[in-house]
Design a protein around this ligand. Structure first.
Ligand SMILES: C[S@@+](CC[C@H](N)C(=O)[O-])C[C@H]1O[C@@H](n2cnc3c(N)ncnc32)[C@H](O)[C@@H]1O
Length: 180
């Protein structure tokens, strides 16, 4: 999906939370924070049209699994065009994914969903479940325009790093979290 189509989707569905897909520089920047080369299972919350998804799939080994979750039907349509046997797509909210079929354990989780739109209870629900399934040496990476999610993350994870990165406009803050 090109940037114009993405922007039109944003106008129809502001919960997309971004005007354009993440830049290729940002994708490189954010995925280097996860040990994807050795991962068996990865979950992605808010995969959008797949900018970060594609980058992660390139680094993940054969036989591994990436579960990409998104609510927006148009973006999921683009996601479905990715031809990679490692990719599984869940069309719906992360909250529904957790309620229906949460994975038992994951090596890495990454989230770009705009947490600002979620009620505190929903944020807590997502973060508590992610903390439960993350392997002891696992990594949870969160990127957000609004860094206020930091205070919730600290309740469930050790926040190893909080960085404002220049590789995307508007600027994202990336939180790199590990299990407590
Ligand atoms: C900031 S965009 C990131 C898109 C993509 N990962 C990228 O980097 O270009 C956030 C995405 O989260 C999705 N989203 C928002 N709330 C969600 C929720 N509760 N569950 C799943 N996806 C959600 C939106 O549809 C949107 O595609």
């Amino acid at each position: 999906m090109n940037a114009v189509k993405f922007f039109i989707e944003f106008l129809k569905d502001p919960q997309i939370g971004a005007l354009t897909p993440s830049s290729k520089y940002f994708v490189r920047d954010v995925i280097k924070r996860m040990p994807l080369e050795n991962a068996e299972t990865v979950v992605e919350y808010g995969a959008g049209e797949g900018a970060v998804t594609r980058g992660m799939l390139k680094k993940m080994p054969d036989g591994s699994k990436l579960i990409a979750i998104d609510t927006n039907p148009e973006l999921v349509r683009s996601l479905k065009k990715i031809n990679d046997s490692k990719l599984e797509i869940f069309h719906g909210k992360v909250q529904e994914f957790i309620a229906k079929r949460m994975e038992k354990s994951v090596d890495c989780a990454i989230s770009g969903i705009p947490f600002t739109y979620l009620a505190p209870k929903e944020k807590e629900y997502i973060l508590a479940h992610t903390a439960k399934i993350l392997k002891p040496n696992g990594v949870f990476v969160v990127y957000q325009f609004n860094p206020l999610i930091g205070k919730f993350l600290k309740k469930y994870f050790k926040v190893a790093k909080e960085e404002l990165v220049l590789s995307n406009w508007p600027l994202y803050t990336i939180f790199t979290c590990r299990p407590k």
